[in-house]
Design a protein around this ligand. Structure first.
Ligand SMILES: Cc1cc2nc3c(=O)[nH]c(=O)nc-3n(C[C@H](O)[C@H](O)[C@H](O)COP(=O)(O)OP(=O)(O)OC[C@H]3O[C@@H](n4cnc5c(N)ncnc54)[C@H](O)[C@@H]3O)c2cc1C
Length: 126
């Protein structure tokens, strides 16, 4: 049995985890520093506008992960030792993997456009 580690619990990481589980019995660990559980990032604007609560943005019940044997780890990965297949996590923890999937997302960019730093102009990511 292989240990598949996925960094990132966004739509990419979780879709990968679900499909790997359907296809195999491998051990799966999903790591994210942001939240315990996957949430719909696209719904954040509705939370921001007050139309939804954050808890309504979770597509799966909290017991989904245990039922599907997808282990969740809340931590930031600070270093990847590709040669020894080892991750360093915040809190001085380490984790070994056989296969690693990077589903790290991205962050909003600024391009030096006129007005981008005016009061009230902002990005939404987390
Ligand atoms: C407000 C808003 C509205 C949007 N609306 C739409 C829309 O209508 N339609 C559409 O198609 N797209 C939309 N998007 C874009 C869409 O949400 C993203 O394309 C999508 O979430 C990307 O998914 P991902 O899994 O690749 O990355 P993310 O969702 O960014 O997930 C990556 C995860 O990896 C974690 N991570 C990164 N580095 C580390 C590390 N070193 N250690 C541990 N964890 C780490 C991050 O914390 C994050 O949780 C919207 C985005 C926002 C913010």
């Amino acid at each position: 049995m292989q240990h598949i580690v996925i960094i990132g619990n966004g739509i990419s990481g979780i879709t990968a985890a679900r499909h790997i589980r359907k296809l195999s019995d491998n051990k799966i660990t999903v790591i994210s520093g942001e939240t315990d559980h996957f949430f719909s990032r696209t719904a954040l604007m509705y939370v921001y506008m007050g139309h939804m609560k954050f808890e309504h943005t979770k597509p799966y019940e909290d017991d989904f992960w245990a039922k599907n044997r997808i282990e969740l780890k809340r931590a930031w990965v600070t270093n990847i030792d590709f040669e020894n297949k080892k991750l360093n996590l915040t809190g001085d923890e380490t984790l070994n993997y056989d296969k690693l999937i990077l589903a790290l997302g991205s962050k909003p960019n600024k391009f030096g456009w006129k007005g981008q730093d005016l009061k009230g102009v902002q990005v939404i990511k987390t």
